[in-house]
Design a protein around this ligand. Sequence first.
Ligand code: ZN
Length: 80
Amino acid sequence: MFHKLKILTMNNYSSSKCPKCEKTLFELAEDVPTNSKYKFQYLRCSSCHTLITVLPFIHTNTMLQAIEEKIDTIVSKLKH
Ligand SMILES: [Zn+2]
C-alpha cells in the first residue's frame, strides 16, 4: 500500500547542527512501522536525512492536558 509521506520543516531557532553534514535545516517526517497502527515522527536532517531522533506521533503533554480537563469535568459534576 502506498503511504504518502508527510514532512514538516522545523524552525531550528536553537541553531542546532546535523552531526553528519553540519547543516542547520531539520524536518519531521511521519512514518509507520510495518503492520502497526501507530505513527511516529522522524526528526532528521533535511539535507542528508541523518536520523536525529524518533518521536511518537501523539503529543503526550497535549493528550495529558485533555485527560486532565475531562477528569476535572467529571469531578465537578460529581460534586453537584
Ligand atoms: Zn545532514
